[in-house]
Design a protein around this ligand. Structure first.
Ligand code: F6P
Length: 531
């Protein structure tokens, strides 16, 4: 059983060895591994700056690690990492590089792409959009009534929403801005109308954020926001809009003034775009200096990923563990549980990052993958999650690896923090060790894997490190599975069908169930209860 990625005997043999090793170690108990080797926790943890990853509560021994590392090497991971950073066209189905790492590279670095210095271009645009953020914050930029803005509404969806929403929310405590930032993503009118109810048209700035500038939800919401301004007798609605896009001509065509259109290049994937001008709403909220610290944190993780030896490389080891559980244990999901209220939006952000990247069933050359890939990422903040889904994690029949994230430095109230940390560590200990009990209802078998990510505190630098850590982890998984993580063709089918249903072309109704639903929706909407 190999994952089906071409002629690579060394890799296939390693895959086979891992399958055999998995069978041979099925009864391996983590509590026994700890009993035999008390140094295991220290040996199996990796520190990057202020971030510690504890990998010891996993169903692995020395041989597992050496086989996984052999798999990485046999798959050509080191060369793939070099290609990523060098801007090679690794997104083959779209024939372009994936250069989100260039968005956070320092000004002093250089990277030539088709004869142009990418880093110089990145910094020109970074200075532009952070300058705009400063001007919005200072009140120097005003709307059509001559009033400074006090509210910014980010209109975007997917990568044009989840990243800036997460960063703005997570960094609420470091924000010094007087500007309130709101997010509208859903085409459901209730999303926009709830936000507009809180806005004063005279002091509201809309950011239309869309890489393609063709996403229907965003276009519809932006048009309704514009109509709202007109309805409120706005003398010049264009002065209440700015745009972020890789399709600058489309934004200009829509009448958005050129000095308020901020670009990024098509080699930035939507779900990797928070580091670009797509992060503008967050930059306004947290301020330009904090946004630069976010980028510096991501860059620190980039350097670690690029330069650290594989066994000491946190994204590499986490990515290999994901492969270990998904491909050999058949674990289909990964639960992400931040014991940090500020990271409550992280599971939603990671759902897109991981699932839109690696939710594929063919490899980068189009061959069908014969092995499970991808991970279903879900989760919620701890401690809330303990009172919701942790029962299944402790006693359910599924194997669910869990990421637990927690900060070390108490905030203003040490009592809260003591409770929080104790709960986080108690969960990972309980998942690992379980509890013996003669009563099967009360017994917890344990041996359930988790990673704990412990960081000093959630400042912008650490947040940048964490997000980049997950980006690179996804890259490692994708590479080992042979997937191109930078395209998302599957999303297009639903978009095409929605377009034809909106157009109301009866011939395009795809099946009898959909026809029935359309018909019933029409009659129910008209007040017919169907009795
Ligand atoms: O859902 C597909 C997708 O293309 C995502 O990859 C992207 O983040 C989102 O739509 C929004 O796209 P855009 O930024 O082009 O509006």
């Amino acid at each position: 059983m190999n994952p089906g990625r071409g002629n690579n005997p060394d890799r296939d043999a390693t895959w086979q060895s891992l399958a055999e090793h998995h069978r041979a170690t099925a009864s391996l108990e983590m509590r026994d591994l700890f009993a035999r080797d008390p140094a295991r926790a220290r040996r199996l943890s990796i520190t990057v700056g202020d971030l510690l990853g504890d990998l010891s509560k996993h169903r692995i021994n020395e041989e597992t690690i050496s086989l996984l590392l052999r798999l990485a090497t046999a798959s050509g991971l080191p060369a793939a990492v070099r290609d990523l950073f060098a801007g090679r066209r690794i997104n083959r189905s779209e024939d372009r590089p994936a250069l989100h790492t260039a968005l956070r590279a320092p000004r002093s670095s250089a990277l030539l792409l088709d004869g142009r210095d990418v880093i110089a271009d990145v910094h020109t645009e970074l200075d532009r959009f952070l300058g705009f953020a400063d001007e919005v914050n200072s009140g120097r930029i005003t709307g059509a009534w001559g009033m400074p803005f006090d509210t910014v509404v980010n209109i975007g969806i997917g990568g044009s929403d989840l990243g800036p929403r997460l960063v703005a929310d997570a960094m609420e405590e470091v924000s010094t801005s007087r500007i309130r930032v709101e997010f509208v993503a859903n085409v459901d009118e209730h999303d926009l109308s709830r936000v507009l109810r809180r806005c004063d048209p005279r002091s509201t700035l809309f950011l239309q954020v869309s890489k393609s500038f063709r996403t229907v939800e965003t276009a519809v919401n932006a048009a309704s926001a514009r109509a709202w301004l007109v309805e409120k007798s706005c003398p010049d609605p264009a002065r209440h809009f700015a745009a972020v896009t890789a399709n600058v001509p489309a934004a200009l065509d829509q009448g958005i003034p050129a000095e308020r259109v901020f670009g990024f290049r098509d080699w930035v994937g939507g779900r990797y775009s928070v580091w670009s001008a797509a992060g503008l709403a967050a930059a306004i909220r947290i301020g330009a200096p904090a946004f630069r610290r976010l980028l510096a944190g991501a860059h620190a993780m980039d350097l670690h990923f690029r330069d650290a030896d594989l066994p000491a490389n946190l994204p590499v080891m986490l990515g290999l563990l994901d492969v270990w559980y998904a491909s050999f244990f058949g674990a289909e999901t990964l639960a992400v549980v931040p014991y940090d209220h500020r990271l409550r939006l992280l599971p939603a952000y990671l759902s897109q990052l991981v699932m839109e990247s690696n939710g594929k069933s063919v490899d980068a050359s189009g061959n069908t993958l014969r092995n499970p890939t991808g991970q279903i990422v879900w989760g919620a903040e701890g401690t809330n999650a303990q009172h919701a889904f942790f029962q299944l994690l402790h006693q359910g029949t599924h194997i669910v690896p869990v990421d637990l994230l927690v900060y070390a430095k108490p905030g203003r109230d040490a009592a809260h923090h003591r409770q929080l940390v104790a709960n986080c560590f108690a969960q990972s200990a309980a998942l690992m060790a379980g509890r013996k009990d003669a009563d099967p209802q009360r017994r917890c078998e344990g041996n359930r894997p988790s990673t704990t990510l412990l960081y000093r505190d959630l400042d912008p630098h650490t947040l940048g490190m964490l997000l980049a850590l997950y980006e690179h982890r996804v890259f490692v998984e994708a590479h080992v599975w042979g997937i191109n993580p930078f395209d998302q063709w599957g999303v297009e089918l639903g978009k095409d069908l929605a377009r034809s249903l909106v157009a109301g072309r009866d011939n395009d109704v795809p099946d009898p169930s959909t026809a029935m639903l359309l018909e019933r929706c029409r009659s129910m909407g008209d007040g017919d209860s169907g009795d």
